[in-house]
Design a protein around this ligand. Structure first.
Ligand code: GLY
Length: 286
């Protein structure tokens, strides 16, 4: 889709999100809009982290051991910040932004990320909801019966039997404002998963990449996306073909593994997934 010289925010509510009413995605993008691209994508992700329908911030999935560990990342050209396995904060994406803007590092993980957040004044917050607690109980019961199976077989079986939802996944946003790019992403992970498991979101180039040519954010099974370094692959291909074709080709590679992507370049935007993905955008002519 050609859209040179328009400001644009494109956000998604995760591949596998069809079960929930996500028809207000455009409203989210509209509310998030600011003349600063980083503010725009962070605003969009904060709105989705605060919405319990999404698997990010409030509503993040509960891990096998009963904990909620969240990953989030932000990027602008040449800069990156992320948190891995952060616990008991309301908005992981804001902490990721602080990692980028207030430290010499690119990633803080676990207790270090929590400690950093507390020092900056982020209060204690429990992101569990009734829905995630009930899903967790069902998952634990089902896992007890499936102990000899490998993770993906268990996972597919649980979905087939309606024990857990498809991984209503990561939320993310990309923006081009005044020709400048930014990207942000946040997730509770891909259930079921062990404590300590890390997916694609906090790894530069895997679930997020932003440079002078554009911004790319992914959603789906983090292990598969990270092995492929998907967002950097797509970024490197920008301007070699229509963005839409690039996204389709890259997502088709994943076969049955759920994956989706949103991207903006200087004069195009596109999204593509192999499952339904709550996705919409806000565009403004400048
Ligand atoms: N894409 C989110 C995750 O796998 O953690």
């Amino acid at each position: 889709m050609k859209d040179s010289m328009e400001d644009i925010i494109l956000c998604h509510g995760g591949v596998g999100s069809k079960e929930r009413p996500l028809d207000d995605m455009k409203g989210i993008a509209e509310k998030a809009y600011s003349k600063n691209p980083l503010d725009s994508v962070v605003n969009a992700v904060v709105i989705m982290e605060d919405d319990p329908r999404f698997n990010a911030g409030t509503g993040s999935v509960i891990r096998i051991d009963g904990s909620v560990q969240m990953d989030a990342a932000v990027s602008i050209p040449g800069k990156f910040g992320s948190v891995i396995g952060i616990e008991n904060v309301k908005n992981p994406v804001l902490v990721a932004r602080d990692v980028m803007e207030k430290t010499p590092h690119i990633i803080l993980s676990g207790s270090g990320a929590v400690q950093f957040a507390r020092k900056l004044g982020y209060g204690e917050y429990d992101p569990k909801t009734e829905r995630t607690i009930s899903q967790y109980s069902k998952m634990v019961e089902a896992l007890k019966k499936e102990t000899t199976d490998n993770r993906y077989k268990i996972f597919k079986e649980l979905i087939r039997n309606g024990i857990i939802d498809e991984p209503h996944d990561t939320v993310g946003a990309v923006a081009r404002i005044d020709g400048k790019f930014a990207a942000a992403v946040s997730t509770g992970g891909a259930s079921p998963m062990m404590r300590g498991r890390v997916g694609d979101v906090p790894i530069p180039g895997a679930g997020i990449f932003c440079g002078e040519k554009g911004a790319v954010v992914a959603t789906g099974i983090g292990e598969e996306i990270a092995k492929r370094v998907l967002c950097h692959r797509i970024y490197e291909r920008i301007n070699t073909d229509k963005l839409e074709n690039i996204l389709r080709e890259e997502i088709e590679y994943f076969g049955e593994n759920l994956a989706g992507v949103i991207a903006v370049s200087h004069d195009e935007h596109a999204f593509f997934s192999n499952g339904s993905m709550g996705t919409d955008m806000f565009k403004i002519k400048v």
